[in-house]
Design a protein around this ligand. Structure first.
Ligand SMILES: Nc1ncnc2c1ncn2[C@@H]1O[C@H](COP(=O)(O)OP(=O)(O)OP(=O)(O)O)[C@@H](O)[C@H]1O
Length: 207
């Protein structure tokens, strides 16, 4: 269960998000919005990596005080730049969350990625490799709540369908941020929100 109440995020004197409310109980929502509207900031707040006002609870635990909530995962790359390589990062995650490294490799193979990329630090990979590896890191432990930031941007057409299928199969609760209509269509039962002037408004306001 993800519960966001009266969330506001400001940088210096600029308020990016104001009074955002959102409750997810075993459901997925899709968040749209123009460039710079605050989508990634919303996911960063949920990940506890930007200061916020208001309340964000995952299974009743305030994320501000419970960094690394075990049931939660994200593909935000700044979360995955720890460790010397993506493989080291995967090992650290299994130590913390108890996931299975075979599961991680099976997602890498499913994406048809060369396993050699796992020896590189996440920041040295190509943009598309980074997107796919970060997603594999976010999903292989089967977390209950997942936030995903733009999972198919920068991914080639052949792998996009694979990403969408994997998300459909594994993400049962959480937030998907995207600019891509094909992803909105793939999650057609999900509630759609748009960030407009810092507020989270129900519906697709990008049309
Ligand atoms: N750490 C920061 N310090 C200052 N300003 C920031 C910081 N992080 C984000 N911003 C600003 O907050 C606003 C929202 O950024 P954010 O990355 O959340 O947008 P977004 O909706 O994800 O955009 P895009 O669709 O372009 O990825 C932008 O104006 C950005 O410049």
């Amino acid at each position: 269960m993800l519960e966001v109440k009266d969330l506001s995020v400001s940088f210096e004197d600029f308020t990016v998000l104001r009074n955002v409310n959102l409750k997810l109980d075993k459901e997925v929502c899709v968040v749209l919005g123009p460039n710079g509207s605050g989508k990634t900031t919303l996911l960063r707040a949920v990940s506890g990596i930007v200061p916020y006002k208001g309340s964000i609870k995952i299974n009743g635990k305030e994320v501000r005080s419970a960094k690394g909530v075990l049931e939660y995962s994200t593909n935000l790359q700044e979360v995955y730049t720890i460790g010397n390589s993506a493989w080291d990062t995967a090992k650290i995650i299994t130590e913390i969350k108890g996931g299975d490294l075979k599961e991680f490799l099976s997602i890498i193979d499913y994406f048809n990625l060369d396993r050699k990329v796992l020896r590189k630090p996440v920041y040295k990979m190509s943009t598309g490799q980074k997107a796919l590896v970060s997603l594999a890191l976010a999903l292989f432990t089967n977390p209950q709540v997942v936030t995903v930031d733009e999972p198919i941007e920068n991914v080639d057409v052949n792998r996009r369908d694979k990403v969408v299928s994997l998300l459909r199969e594994r993400v049962k609760e959480g937030i998907i941020v995207t600019h891509q209509r094909e992803l909105v269509k793939a999650f057609k039962e999900a509630r759609v929100y748009t960030i407009v002037n810092g507020e989270l408004v129900e519906g697709d306001k990008m049309q």
